[in-house]
Design a protein around this ligand. Structure first.
Ligand code: NAD
Length: 348
C-alpha cells in the first residue's frame, strides 16, 4: 500500500513534491496546507485536497508522511509539530539555519520514534554520480582536490532567499547541496574550513561564496557558488593521483585524462611570447589517455522509495541525520570563517 503524503508549503518546491507524489509508485498525495490563499486556490484548481489549518493537516489520521517545504525560518517549528502529531517527516534542505536548531529537531525525532530525514535530492544528480563513479573505479587514482562549482548570472532570487531572517543566501540554498555531495565524495574527517562570501547584488545575504574544505589526509574540497558569473566555470574539476576529470556542464559527460607515463619523451616545448616552456607543454597520446564516461542512470524518486522502506524498517534511511549534521556544521563554520576573514580549524 502506498504511503500517504501531506505537503506543508505548496510553493515551488512543495509543488514539486505534490506532483511527484501524484505520479509515484510508492506514495500518494493526501493534500496540502499553505498559509497563502492563492496557493491553496491553485491546489484546489488542480483537484488537490487542501486543509484549512495546520492542525487539521497534521491530525489527519490517514497521513503517514509530512513534507515540510516552507521557507527555512519555520522548518524547526513545523517539523517538531509534525513529529509530535506522530508523523514521519521529510524536511526540505538546508533543514535549518544553525546546528543547535537542527539538534532540537533531531532530539524531537528521537523522542517521537518517527522517521525524520532531509530532502537531499542532489545525491541523485548525474554529474555528482559520475564523479563518484570515477573515484570508485579508481582508474585515475585517489582524489587530491575536487572543485565543485555552480555559476549563474541572474543574482539571488528576489523572494525570501534574499532575506536573512528567512534563511536566505547561497550557502543555505545551493551550498548545502554541494557540501553534502563533497562529503560523500571525500568521506573523511574535516580539519579546517575557509570561506569568503560575495555581496555583489545584495548586502543582506551571501549571493555567492568560495569555500575550501580541508580533509585529514590532505585532500581538499572546493565549493563555489556564484550568481554573477556570465561565463560559468566547469561544474566539476578533479585532480587525482593519476589523472584529472572534468564535467563542463551538468548536461554533459565527464571527461577523464589518465596519465600513462611520467617520462618526458613526448615534450614538445611550447612557444609563448616570453619564451618557451616545457613545464606547461601539452601531452600526447603516448603518455596521456583521454576518454569520456557514460552518464550514470539515476532516478531522483529513489529518495521516496528509500523513505517508504525506511518507515517500514526494511532499509536504513539514505539521508542520515549524522550526515545532515556534518553539513550543517560545515555551513555554520563557513559563515564564521567569512565573518572572521580567516580559516577555522575544526574536527568535523
Ligand atoms: P516558495 O516561496 O516557492 O514556497 C514556499 C511556500 O511556503 C509558499 O507557498 C508559502 O506561502 C508557504 N509558507 C510559508 N510559511 C508557511 C507556513 N508557516 N505554513 C505553511 N505554508 C507556509 O519557496 P520554495 O522555493 O518552494 O522553497 C521552500 C523550501 O524548499 C525551502 O526550504 C527551500 O530551501 C527548499 N527547496 C529545495 C529544493 C531542492 O532541490 N531540494 C529546491 C527549491 C527549494
Amino acid at each position: 500500500m502506498k504511503k500517504k503524503v501531506t505537503v506543508i508549503g505548496y510553493g515551488g518546491q512543495g509543488g514539486w513534491h505534490a506532483d511527484h507524489a501524484l505520479k509515484s509508485d510508492v506514495v500518494s498525495l493526501l493534500g496540502i496546507y499553505d498559509i497563502a490563499q492563492k496557493r491553496v486556490e491553485l491546489a484546489k484548481s488542480k483537484g488537490i485536497n487542501t486543509y484549512a489549518t495546520l492542525e487539521e493537516a497534521l491530525n489527519d489520521e490517514r497521513c503517514d508522511i509530512v513534507v515540510i517545504a516552507t521557507p527555512n525560518d519555520v522548518h524547526k517549528e513545523l517539523v517538531k509539530k509534525a513529529l509530535a502529531a506522530g508523523k514521519n517527516v521529510i524536511c526540505e534542505k538546508p533543514v535549518e539555519m544553525t546546528v543547535a536548531a537542527f539538534d532540537e529537531m533531531a532530539e524531537a525525532a528521537k523522542a517521537s520514534g518517527k522517521l525524520f530525514t532531509v530532502h537531499q535530492n542532489r545525491r541523485w544528480d548525474v554529474d555528482f554520480l559520475a564523479m563518484k563513479q570515477i573515484i570508485e573505479e579508481g582508474d585515475i587514482g585517489e582524489p587530491i582536490r575536487i572543485e565543485s562549482r555552480i555559476h549563474g548570472s541572474r543574482g539571488i532570487p528576489s523572494d525570501w532567499r534574499c532575506h536573512k531572517p528567512y534563511g536566505g543566501g547561497m550557502i543555505l540554498d545551493w551550498g548545502v547541496h554541494l557540501i553534502d555531495q563533497m562529503l560523500q565524495l571525500i568521506p573523511e574527517k574535516i580539519v579546517k574550513v575557509a570561506c569568503d562570501v560575495t555581496n555583489i547584488t545584495t548586502d543582506e545575504v551571501d549571493d555567492g561564496f568560495r569555500l575550501n574544505i580541508y580533509f585529514e589526509s590532505g585532500k581538499t574540497g572546493y565549493v563555489e557558488v556564484g550568481t554573477y558569473n556570465f561565463i560559468p566555470m566547469p561544474r566539476f574539476y578533479m585532480q587525482c593521483k593519476n589523472g584529472s576529470a572534468k564535467i563542463e556542464d551538468w548536461r554533459q559527460k565527464a571527461q577523464v585524462a589518465k596519465c600513462l607515463a611520467w617520462h618526458e619523451s613526448d615534450v614538445v616545448p611550447v612557444q609563448t611570447a616570453a619564451g618557451i616552456t616545457k613545464t606547461m607543454a601539452p601531452r600526447d597520446e603516448i603518455t596521456l589517455k583521454t576518454y569520456e564516461i557514460e552518464r550514470p542512470v539515476s532516478d531522483v524518486h529513489d529518495f521516496y522509495r528509500n523513505v517508504v522502506k525506511a518507515v517500514d524498517g526494511i532499509e536504513p534511511q539514505l539521508i542520515k541525520l549524522c550526515q545532515v549534521r556534518r553539513v550543517m556544521q560545515v555551513m555554520e563554520t563557513a559563515f564564521a570563517s567569512a565573518e572572521k576573514g580567516a580559516p577555522i580549524v575544526v574536527d568535523i
